[in-house]
Write a protein that binds this ligand. Structure first.
Ligand code: HEM
Length: 155
């Protein structure tokens, strides 16, 4: 049988070389952190798009990007919190604690922004959309600082 032979041979070689895929929670954390940043930046872009085009569709997309981004942020927060392997008074442990504290503040900011958005989505005007987008953009800058701190933990 030609087809299974062609398929089995590279697969066998792959498994011999790389082994079975294995992912720890902190590796998931490092990968998942890109989603909230991307989604929340996209929310800002769509809100600015809504200001320019005056079309409701842009506004609705921004709303859902904001909600998905906030959800992704909660997933990243939880995976970092439960996956953290750096504890104690050494340099790595202290950096992880700083990163964690920034992460909780950042997530708190985005939860407040989500509540604001849900409460105001139907009535939000142009000025409020502009202010909202600028506040979200500033909060994304705080996530970037949080993420940079995370990247410095392991040295
Ligand atoms: C707002 C939520 C969070 C964001 C956006 C975030 C972001 C990041 C980023 C960008 C990295 C670097 C990834 C890389 O180098 O490839 C990182 C690493 C890390 N984060 Fe977070 N993080 C968050 C929450 C947390 C929390 C609550 C903890 C708990 C202490 C944590 C623990 C860690 C650890 C231990 C690493 C380093 C892993 C290593 O180098 O081995 N994170 N994080």
């Amino acid at each position: 049988m030609l087809v299974p032979f062609l398929f089995a041979s590279p697969l066998q070689q792959f498994l011999e070389l790389f082994g079975l895929p294995h992912w720890s929670l902190i590796e998931f954390h490092e990968a998942s952190t890109h989603f909230p940043i991307g989604l929340l930046l996209a929310a800002v872009a769509f809100d600015f798009g809504a200001l320019v085009t005056r079309k409701k569709m842009w506004h609705d997309v921004a709303f859902w990007m904001q909600m998905l981004g906030t959800f992704a942020l909660l997933v990243t927060l939880a995976s970092g919190y439960f996956g953290n392997t750096y504890h104690g008074a050494n340099d790595e442990g202290q950096k992880a604690t700083w990163h964690q504290n920034f992460a909780f503040v950042t997530t708190g900011l985005f939860l407040c922004l989500a509540v604001w958005r849900v409460a105001r989505q139907r009535k939000i005007g142009r000025v409020e959309t502009g202010i909202y987008a600028l506040v979200t953009l500033s909060a994304v800058a705080v996530i970037s600082i949080t993420g940079w701190m995370g990247s410095q933990i392991g040295g």
